[in-house]
Design a protein around this ligand. Structure first.
Ligand code: IVH
Length: 673
């Protein structure tokens, strides 16, 4: 009998484990990578299911389960981590009047409920001591956060100092940091021009911005903040509402959209009003927050492990519209990836007209089972780029000539070359790198972009024009352009021609690391190029590097290494490089520094874990300066491991098996002194 029961339970236990894993990953992608993979609603539904399963199988309790702690954005380098005075919790979500009624039923009768807008940014905790802002902590894992005070001080509405006699010695204000819509759109436009990845929504942009190490750049982006919660001892006021009004008097930026309500009807009216009106606000909101007004009642209600019982969020439904999928077209990008695009009957959604949406790849189209002629649901939730989330039922046809889903093209829509599908990737790619127009133009656009060679005057349109006229076929052709050729073009006179030539001339001084980035080797981004250029400071040395040697560079994995090796195996690239060299580009970096000593000569050293005294890059430079070699993986040739905290378990196991010594930071520094 027992066995039969466990056999029935088994799939649910497996589901529980799978859900824990999926939600952990979703938390990591949301909080650390700023790349959400699940919508809030999907996340909540899965979390709810996990809670149900955990209640069903108490023997599977795990304090590390995502049901037991809030997601974490810790792990960014360079900020001091500080323990919160009071844990920073999250809020339970609700989506309907019924759910709000369920919550209200559990409160003392006759409670006052404060309704506020739920700002969609990231939470911040500001500490004031004797009226002076001393810390600004992110939520982190709820228990400790990163101190990002230097960045927070760039926000004009956050006071650095409160000059009053009637304030408590210590208090904390919590609120939301946001990037206004206007700033968000300008930032993304700029990033598009620079070919940098776009932020999916203002929240991700605000989060990425707050974690920058450069407060000047943070200031330039223009964050703002709303504060919504005051904590501390001996604070004035008996209600939440009063406290917020006091904070306003002290000079804090408190929203005007706060209302004390006495019934669910009043709450629903507030929701109905703001669900429309929020579209006119300068910042993103994704719902409202309901809080018990009376502070004594709040205290009595208390908290669960993750959320207060005295507050709840109501999430506005994602806006969704049904529209006709007219056609699927295929777009070829700079790297040859072919992306299917849905061309829609224009439809109004969250204030903008939507007529195109990405369909990502072949698998995505198959999973939705859509084809031209279908009525499809388009949604604009947390993401700015509209998504197709499903289709309406259609009258089934038995006509065998109509395929159920359109087949993905087998040849490049731009140049006709048969497409290839790289192992492990969902995308189809056109391999004709040097003959496919969007790839040719894309490479040139990347080469001249601001973070690469920064050639002013050569924009997308001009590149297209010069390409059409047969004057530009590859990046080396840029350096053969003549004044007369350019000036002869429509829309380009002598003056623009001179500007372009000046820009081209100036690019010859751009340092080696940026030249390397500009070449557009697949997956070699700006940071990776810098790291590679530091180790290989001439193009010749890089050309002869093996994939294994390249993998020893921080951030370079087998895929990137292989792309680099392949790049240098292609004779067409070598010809281009030769022409660039002749044109006078910087193909060498500063000469490597003289070795500081030969104390580590002949040694292969692996760096693993996190360090507190120096950064990984600094240790790497030290190893090289003292004649040693930094290698990526542990083998019997490894001399020792410079081991920080939380060393990778695989490396640790291998080191133990091979009997390789682990050296602490302190021991290492002593050794090279
Ligand atoms: S109160 C103990 N009020 O929503 C609860 N939170 O999903 C303190 N949020 O972590 C939070 N607007 O980042 C509160 N008016 C508001 C809010 C708000 C946005 C955020 C906050 C919180 C998240 C929970």
């Amino acid at each position: 009998m027992m066995d039969l029961f466990s056999a029935i339970e088994e799939p649910e236990r497996e589901e529980l484990k799978a859900l824990r894993k999926e939600l952990e990953e979703a938390n990591y992608k949301y909080y650390v990578l700023n790349m959400p993979t699940l919508s809030d609603r999907e996340f909540d539904e899965k979390m709810h299911r996990l809670q149900t399963l955990e209640a069903q199988f108490p023997d599977m309790f795990d304090p590390k389960s995502p049901t037991q702690h809030v997601g974490s954005d810790l792990g960014k380098k360079g900020f001091e981590q500080v323990k919160h005075k009071y844990p920073m919790l999250s809020l339970a979500n609700s989506y309907s009047r019924e759910e709000i009624e369920d919550w209200v039923r559990k409160l003392p009768s006759g409670v006052e409920i404060v309704c506020e807008l739920k700002y969609d940014g990231l939470s911040i905790s500001l500490w004031y001591e004797h009226g002076v802002l001393v810390r600004a902590l992110t939520r982190g894992d709820g228990q400790q956060g990163d101190d990002v005070i230097a960045n927070i001080k760039t926000i004009p509405s956050i006071p650095w100092r409160i000059e009053r006699d009637d304030i408590p010695e210590f208090f904390e204000l919590r609120g939301e940091v946001l990037l206004p819509w206007e700033r968000f759109e300008a930032l993304n436009k700029e990033r598009e021009e620079q070919e940098e990845p776009l932020f999916a929504n203002p929240r991700n942009a605000a989060s990425g911005t707050l974690k920058l190490q450069d407060p000047k750049e943070v200031a330039r982006r223009g964050l703002t903040a709303y504060l919504y919660y005051m904590l501390g001892e001996n604070l004035p006021g008996k209600t939440h509402y009063e406290r917020l009004q006091t904070a306003k008097e002290w000079g804090f930026h408190i929203s005007d959209a706060i209302k004390v309500c006495h019934s669910v009807d009043e709450v629903m009216a507030y929701i109905a009003y703001w669900d429309t009106e929020r579209k006119n606000l300068p910042v993103a909101t994704d719902g409202i927050v309901l809080k018990v007004n009376n502070l004594a009642q709040q205290e009595e209600l208390g908290y669960t492990a993750k959320t207060p019982r005295w507050a709840i969020a109501y999430k506005f439904p994602a806006e969704k519209q049904l529209t006709l999928l007219k056609e699927i077209t295929y777009q070829v990008g700079r790297t040859g990836v072919v992306t299917p695009v849905a061309n829609l009957e224009p439809v109004q959604l969250s204030g903008t007209v939507v007529q195109r949406a990405t369909l990502h790849n072949e698998d995505f189209i198959r999973s939705l089972d859509i084809r031209p002629g279908d009525m499809v649901w388009v949604e604009k939730g947390g993401e700015i780029i509209p998504k197709i989330v499903g289709r309406a039922d259609r009258e089934e046809t038995s006509d065998p000539r109509i395929p159920r889903t359109p087949s993905f093209p087998s040849c490049c829509p731009e140049c006709g070359t048969p497409l290839v599908r790289v192992d492990g990737e969902a995308a189809w790619r056109c391999p004709n790198e040097t003959g496919c127009p969007p790839q040719i133009k894309g490479k040139i656009e990347h080469f001249v972009s601001r973070k690469a060679m920064d050639i002013e005057g050569l924009g997308e349109e001009t590149i297209d024009l010069l390409y059409q006229k047969g004057l530009l076929h590859n990046i080396a052709d840029i350096y053969s352009l003549r004044q007369a050729d350019i000036a002869a073009q429509e829309r380009l006179g002598d003056k623009s021609a001179q500007n372009i030539l000046d820009g081209i001339e100036a690019s010859k001084k751009v340092p080696w690391a940026r030249v390397l980035f500009a070449l557009g080797i697949r997956m070699v981004g700006e940071t990776t190029a810098k790291k590679i250029a530091r180790v290989y400071n001439t193009i010749d040395s890089l050309q002869w590097a093996t994939a294994e040697q390249l993998c020893a560079i921080e951030d370079v994995g087998p895929q990137i290494a292989e792309n680099i090796v392949k790049y240098f195996e292609d004779i067409r690239n070598l010809e281009i490089l030769d022409r660039l060299r002749q044109a006078g580009l910087q193909m060498e970096g500063e000469a490597a520094a003289e070795p500081a000593s030969d104390k580590l000569a002949g040694m292969s050293i692996v760096i693993s874990g996190t360090f507190s005294l120096h950064s990984r890059d600094e240790y790497k430079a030290m190893i090289e300066a003292h004649g040693g070699k930094n290698v990526g993986s542990v083998s019997k040739k490894t001399s020792f491991i410079l081991a920080g905290e939380n060393m990778g378990p695989e490396k640790l196991k291998k080191a133990e098996a091979l009997g390789i010594r682990l050296m602490s930071e302190e021991e290492f520094l002593e050794m090279i002194k």
